[in-house]
Design a protein around this ligand. Structure first.
Ligand code: FA5
Length: 350
């Protein structure tokens, strides 16, 4: 039978070897209970045998047992310290900040390219003394067509592919639609204000279009209206000339050609000489040297009469342009559908 002393030596070997493998406090506690626990710990259990030893051996084994108890206690304390230090280091490492890392970039929003163009155009007209007004996108047939000298069955209605609403006004005779242009605001403004009038109206318009590179079913227009005593075609030319030069550069020439819009007389379309080739002909201007940028004309006397203005006293001019098409020209954008596809790769370029 192995002597008590030998058992103590063997216990020490096992205890120390187990201790070296321990990596956390929970295992360390279990280790302590296993070897030193008061009730069933291996060392106290061995020591229960001590009184049974012959008296002459008892002292020596007792000393050895006490030394072992101290060793285990010291081992326990040292291991606990090591485990806690390691845990602290891990935590520090986890929470440490690497000050040499590049900072995280905040995503900064920008204005949509159409909004940017509308603001640029608006600010030119504001500097010329114009006021900016806003109007409804859901319009009545009356404001979108009739009051603009386009009665029912007038062939000019074919020009605007209208989206009608399945809903009638309270009187049941004025159907509603999504406005096809911003021109209804000519009427609403003249109904609400007395001359002199100088307004521009940026806003959304809708048409039942088969979309292509230059046509969207939702797009913006900027309408302009000037009404006062003695306004002539010279005022129209001067104003739009100034606008075109401010937007496209001081060198620009402009060209007016006859066009038909029922609410103006005479009606024109205005072009600028191509800013890309200076009028010699290139891809941007389809080799014509000119780029059409808006419809315009002198306000038709019928329109003035309808809002109660005397056309013998008051005259005016109106114009309407598409900011997306202008933005396309300025930035060389080849397809209008890019504007509303919500693709950041496109939008972030502006
Ligand atoms: C009109 O809408 C007239 N109300 C403009 C006007 C106002 C003339 C005042 C005279 C006096 P038009 O249909 O040509 O005209 O449209 C004007 C501009 O809106 C076009 O030059 C174009 O830039 C833009 N536009 C028209 N349809 C679309 C579309 N489907 N997609 C994108 N832009 C469009």
């Amino acid at each position: 039978m192995t002597s008590l002393k030998e058992q103590l030596v063997s216990l020490e070997r096992h205890a120390i070897s187990d201790l070296e493998k321990i990596r956390n406090e929970q295992d360390l506690d279990e280790w302590r209970i296993n070897y030193q626990g008061r009730r069933n710990g291996q060392l106290p259990k061995l020591l229960e045998e001590l009184p049974k030893l012959p008296i002459e051996d008892r002292k020596e084994v007792g000393i050895a047992a006490n030394e072992l108890r101290d060793k285990l206690e010291t081992g326990y304390k040292e291991r606990l310290q090591e485990i806690r230090t390691a845990e602290l280091q891990d935590k520090l490492l986890e929470e440490s900040i690497d000050v040499s890392l590049p900072g995280r970039k905040h995503a900064i929003g920008k204005l949509h390219p159409t909004t940017q163009t509308i603001r640029e155009i608006s600010s030119i007209f504001v500097n010329l003394g114009y006021q900016i007004v806003d109007g409804p996108e859901v319009e009545s047939d009356y404001y979108n067509f009739e009051a603009l000298n386009i009665p029912p069955d007038h062939p000019a209605r074919d020009q605007w592919d209208t989206l009608w609403l399945d809903y009638n006004n309270a009187d049941g005779i004025r159907p509603l639609l999504l406005r096809t242009h911003t021109s209804p605001m000519q009427i609403r403004t003249m109904e609400q204000q007395e001359p002199p009038i100088r307004v521009i109206v940026p806003g959304r318009c809708y048409r039942h279009e088969a979309t292509d590179a230059t046509h969207e079913s939702m797009f913006f227009q900027i309408e302009g209206l000037t009404v006062d005593k003695g306004i002539t075609f010279a005022d129209l030319k001067g104003t739009l000339y100034t606008f075109a030069r401010k937007l496209f550069g001081e060198e620009r020439k402009i060209r007016f050609r006859c066009d038909f819009f029922p609410f103006v007389e005479p009606g024109v379309d205005m072009s600028i000489d191509c800013f890309s080739c200076d009028g010699t002909g290139c891809r941007v201007c389809s080799n014509s040297g000119w780029i059409e940028i808006m419809g315009a004309g002198m306000v038709h006397p019928n329109v003035l009469e309808r809002v109660g203005y005397d056309p013998e006293i008051y005259t005016g001019f109106a114009f309407g342009m598409g900011p997306e098409r202008i933005s396309m020209l300025k930035h060389g954008i080849d397809d209008i559908r890019h504007f509303y596809n919500n693709d950041l790769r496109f939008l972030e370029q502006f």
